[in-house]
Ligand binder design. Structure first.
Ligand SMILES: Cc1cc2nc3c(=O)[nH]c(=O)nc-3n(C[C@H](O)[C@H](O)[C@H](O)COP(=O)(O)OP(=O)(O)OC[C@H]3O[C@@H](n4cnc5c(N)ncnc54)[C@H](O)[C@@H]3O)c2cc1C
Length: 351
């Protein structure tokens, strides 16, 4: 940017208001505060809001001096989507000879890494009517399966009983887990006794699942303000049963395919609690959907050129304009959209 003669970059400045005209549907200026607290205004023919998937709707909703509900229609803040990340099971590979180099983290001289992941084919996902999912695999050296965890519990419980404690209330459950996972339990015992690594290798599955667009999954503002006087965010992130079902069904299909090919089996380890899908459940830092794109203002905030419906000179870019979120990392698409928007604006300004 330093090298560009037509770019001026102001650092350590925060936009605190987008000022829209009272009669015309155009943004007139931005109010900006610098680190020393000095306020300034910036005027332009065209404006682009690119503050990220949470701050984009926040800025629009906060700009409520002329329009009480802020700039943009009722879809602003709705359809918040993320990539729910969880560890929903393990792959128990048999045979030990599978070449899994592609699925390991292969380091590059730059410090980045390349890693293969498993997906259902588009045809299968469509036929099953489920969302996209992707799975990466990490070789797992901790407690490997429920059966192994239960064996440890049985050992502790029996030790307590022998030294005068009561009988385990969950003996049957743990015994059941050991029996169901007997192949992994037996090979782990053999591994411990002989020091041999055995021929069953256990890989932890890490999943990211696409989330279906849901208008109730939503960013709104609360009355509490930050140091700049901007109202803070309340996020109601709702995932749907179809998202969870998509994950379980993908695991089942993967397990069936691994069994059919003789590679091994998949153990599904999903929690019954819908608020926690698996033992480790988090997110991907990919905030999307909150100013979604649609040609119809009923269904979206921005049009096909990223322009806010009903405002002539305000554009939004970032993953907030995504209508669906897929399972892949978003930044490449964000950059593509930004380059496309730059071309569009250049056309407008030079017409
Ligand atoms: C830990 C982590 C790991 C990630 N890993 C990946 C990955 O591997 N691959 C991938 O594709 N994505 C990854 N992401 C997501 C990726 O960082 C985002 O999708 C991407 O940065 C979004 O780009 P953006 O330009 O829309 O928003 P941002 O990068 O969030 O940029 C918004 C900018 O606006 C500024 N801003 C906000 N409010 C104001 C205001 N009021 N006034 C002035 N400026 C303002 C912010 O300071 C910021 O500089 C990761 C994110 C995190 C947090």
């Amino acid at each position: 940017m330093k090298a560009s003669p037509n770019v001026t970059c102001y650092l350590n400045c925060s936009v605190v208001d987008i000022v829209i005209g009272e009669h015309e549907s155009l943004v007139r200026e931005l109010t900006v505060v610098n680190a020393a607290g000095k306020r300034s205004t910036f005027r332009a023919k065209q404006f682009v809001l690119a503050c990220g998937g949470l701050e984009n709707p926040r800025m629009l909703l906060n700009a409520n001096k002329v329009r009480p509900n802020g700039i943009g229609n009722d879809n602003v803040g709705r359809y918040f989507m993320e990539h729910r990340v969880s560890f929903p099971g393990v792959v128990l590979l048999s045979g030990g000879n599978a070449d899994l180099r592609y699925y390991r983290r292969n380091g590059l001289p730059s410090g980045d890494y390349v890693e293969g992941s498993l997906h259902l084919s588009a045809e299968t996902a469509r036929a099953e009517r489920i969302c996209n999912t992707q799975f990466s695999m990490e070789q797992y050296d901790g407690i490997r399966t429920q059966g192994d965890a239960s064996l440890s519990k049985l050992r502790e419980g029996l030790k307590k009983f022998i030294s005068g404690g009561g009988w385990m209330h969950d003996f049957n459950k743990h015994m059941g887990n050991v029996i169901c996972d007997i192949d992994s339990v037996a090979s782990n015992i053999a591994r411990r006794v002989t020091g041999d690594q055995g021929d069953t290798s256990v890989w932890l599955l890490k999943s990211e699942v696409e989330q279906t667009p849901n208008p109730n999954s939503r960013v709104t503002l609360i009355d509490e303000v930050d140091d700049l006087g901007l109202r803070r965010i309340n996020l109601n992130w709702e995932t749907s049963e179809i998202d969870r079902y998509s994950l379980v069904r993908s695991l089942e299909l993967m397990g069936e395919e691994m069994g059919r090919l003789g590679f091994g089996r998949v153990q599904i380890d999903m929690d019954d609690n819908p608020n926690a899908w698996s033992r480790f459940d988090s997110w991907g830092f990919h905030h999307a959907g909150t100013t979604r794109m649609s040609t119809d203002p009923k269904n979206g905030v921005v049009d096909g050129d990223c322009r806010v419906h009903g405002v002539g000179n305000l554009h939004v870019v970032g993953n907030s304009v995504f209508t669906t979120v897929g399972t892949s990392n978003p930044t490449f698409t964000i950059v593509s959209l930004s380059v496309r928007l730059a071309g569009h604006l250049k056309g407008l300004l030079t017409a």
